[in-house]
Each structure stands twice: as C-alpha cells, then as structure tokens.
Design a protein around this ligand. Structure first.
Ligand code: DAT
Ligand code: MG
Length: 139
C-alpha cells in the first residue's frame, strides 16, 4: 500500500560541515512533517545492513566506513507523495548532476559524501524507518 512517509538520514559530511540546521529547515519549508528524529551514530553492523543492496558494488566498503565515521540525523518524514517529493528535494546522487536549489547541489561534497539519504520506494521507506525507530518514537 502506498504511504505518505519517507525516511532520511543527514549523513556525516552534512553534520561535520555544519549544515544540519539549514537542511532540516529546507525539509520543513518544503512541507514535510517530522514524525520521528534522532541524532545518532551507525555501528558498522547497522551501516552494512542498511546498504546491503549495494554489497557487491565497488564502493560498498568505503560507503560503510563513511557512514560510520561520525554522527548522523535519522528521521521519518510525512507529506503527500513523500518518497518522490523528497527525492526531488535532495536531487541526484551525484551532486554534480543535482538540480539547482536541491539539498545535494547546495551541500553535498561528492557522489560518495552526498549529505543526505532519501528512501527510493514506499516499501523501503517503511523498512528503513522501522530499522531506526520503534513505534513509541514515532509521533
Ligand atoms: P541514492 O543515495 O541517491 O539513493 P544509491 O542508492 O544509488 O543512491 O547509492 C547509495 C549511496 O551509495 C549513495 O548515496 C552514495 C553511495 N554511492 C552510490 N554510487 C556511488 C559511486 N559511484 N561512488 C561512490 N559512492 C557511491
Ligand atoms: Mg538509494
């Protein structure tokens, strides 16, 4: 069933570079409601599991290392058409190809250190949200 929720992480580069507040502001300004949010750091086990679909890709080891290199902000967001609208707000995976005004165009360092995660389907939004939050942490 289609849902109106998506899941995001503000990645270590975004936090390190001081962009946390500005990115959260862009998300709220774009009409997303925050249903759950936490400041946390992924363990190696969590990062490996989260990016399991990329396990065979050459960048997997680097991705896991980067995603565990510092704190992140994880959040569940709600809005009509949340998954697609959030992917539009963040822009292309590679910031060099991200549209003007998108979060990645403004704040990402590179294709690997690209500031923010957004779920790619309703099904994954649900799985990813449940991976990070229990029912009593979602408002
Ligand atoms: P997205 O995060 O836009 O959904 P993805 O699911 O294809 O992109 O890849 C997950 C993450 O893996 C991505 O945010 C950054 C990293 N990544 C993807 N392609 C990469 C590449 N060619 N080199 C280095 N890191 C890459
Ligand atoms: Mg993806």
């Amino acid at each position: 069933m289609a849902t109106n929720r998506t899941f995001t992480m503000l990645k270590p580069d975004a936090i390190e570079n001081g962009h946390m507040g500005k990115i959260i502001d862009m998300i709220i300004e774009a009409g997303f409601d925050i249903k759950a949010m936490k400041y946390t750091r992924l363990t190696e086990e969590q990062a490996k599991k989260f990016y399991e679909v990329h396990a065979e890709r050459p960048f997997y080891g680097e991705l896991v290392e980067y995603m565990t290199s510092g704190p992140i902000v994880a959040a569940i967001l709600e809005k009509d058409n949340a998954v697609a609208d959030f992917r539009t707000l963040i822009g292309a995976t590679n910031p060099a190809e991200a549209a003007e005004g998108t979060i990645r165009q403004k704040y990402a360092e590179s294709i690997g250190r690209n500031a923010v995660h957004g779920s790619d389907s309703d099904e994954n939004a649900e799985i990813e949200g449940n991976f990070h939050f229990s029912a009593n942490e979602i408002f």
